[in-house]
Design a protein around this ligand. Structure first.
Ligand code: SF4
Ligand code: MG
Length: 323
């Protein structure tokens, strides 16, 4: 994914004034085969829009998405359908993704039917195999979605997504609607299946705990831009951007005391009213004058780490180090 942007026009107020909303602004990242990139940020940060652009569900205004080295083809073309067949998505609401009137086995079989994969008998075998892979039984397959728990429904959605053997999975808040006690189970299952099947994943969540559990690399978004990236272990152990530091201190890891150093204050981010300079400056406890006027570029600070903050990458970084 390189430098993708997406702007919406929003009408508001009694005169119908239109506002340009920069939902995604120059976002770049790449995910290596078989790895998971966790995209983190508060709601309104542009995570879901990024996911939708990556899947080709909406076009970027600028920038490019490449899949397996090839640019994504234009929607509706044969090349695009071939690429899309190798991608699947899982969203937050499993009930919305399922048909309440069909027993789950039929819904798991549906993608096989649509793509004409195997004979009728082979499809039945595959459905049972898929149910087992998400740790459900044939009995679950005979039930309706309404008769299953939230966690079981999300397993069904997962089984359905895996039916056509995709290479790439986009998961947007896949466990956010589930009880906390169930979340870890579903994420563990996802991680196991990913390892077994060699899946590549884009995992979108506002929940650091969950992202930490499953990601190799993490990108933190704030108001449409990536403000920090790094390997999951390193980024959570040593967050460098003040926003990441605030998120991490608000979500203590097991066995580590909450540092509680930076507390997020101020209004939650509003994409329709993006502050000047560093968009985080109204909430940043470390902001300096320059932050109000100058947008910090995302710059490499180590082989595996990029940060967009004047205090980390600007001339101020040296004086801070010296102090
Ligand atoms: Fe805070 Fe300034 Fe860094 Fe933005 S650039 S995160 S406002 S210190
Ligand atoms: Mg979202």
């Amino acid at each position: 994914v390189s430098a993708i942007s997406r702007t919406y026009t929003m009408r508001s107020g009694m005169f119908g004034r239109s506002t340009a909303v920069h939902a995604v602004d120059g976002v770049s990242f790449s995910i290596r085969k078989g790895e998971t990139l966790g995209l983190v940020g508060e709601s309104g940060s542009g995570k879901s829009t990024t996911g939708r652009i990556v899947l080709g569900l909406e076009p970027p205004d600028a920038g490019e998405v490449r899949f397996d080295g090839e640019p994504m083809a234009a929607p509706g073309t044969r090349e695009w359908r071939a690429q899309r067949a190798r991608m699947q998505m899982i969203f937050q609401d499993p009930l919305g993704a399922l048909d309440r009137r069909l027993v789950v086995a039929e819904q798991v079989r549906e993608p096989l039917d649509i793509h004409g994969l195997g004979t009728r008998a082979e499809r039945e075998v595959r459905v049972q195999e898929l149910l087992r892979s998400v740790e459900l039984s044939a009995q679950h397959g005979r039930r309706y979605p309404g008769a299953l728990s939230g966690g079981q429904r999300q397993r069904i959605v997962l089984a359905r997504a895996l039916a056509t053997k995709p290479d790439f999975l986009v998961c947007d808040e896949p466990v956010s609607a589930l009880d906390v006690s169930i979340q870890a189970q579903v994420v563990n299952l996802l991680a196991d299946l990913q390892a077994q099947l060699g899946l590549t994943m884009l995992f979108i969540s506002h929940d650091l705990r969950v992202v930490r559990q499953i990601s190799n690399i993490v990108a933190v978004m704030y108001l449409g831009r990536i403000v920090e990236t790094g390997s999951a272990d390193d980024l959570f152990a040593r967050p460098q951007h003040p926003y990441t530091q605030a998120l991490v201190s608000a979500s203590p890891a097991p066995g580590r005391r909450s540092a509680g150093r930076i507390v997020l204050s101020g209004d939650p981010p509003n994409p329709a009213a993006r502050p000047s300079g560093c968009a985080f400056h109204p909430r940043c406890p470390l902001a300096i004058a320059r932050c109000v006027t100058e947008l910090p570029a995302l710059a490499s600070v180590a082989s595996d780490r990029q940060v967009a903050c004047h205090l980390v990458t600007g001339p101020e970084a040296q004086s801070r180090d010296a102090a």
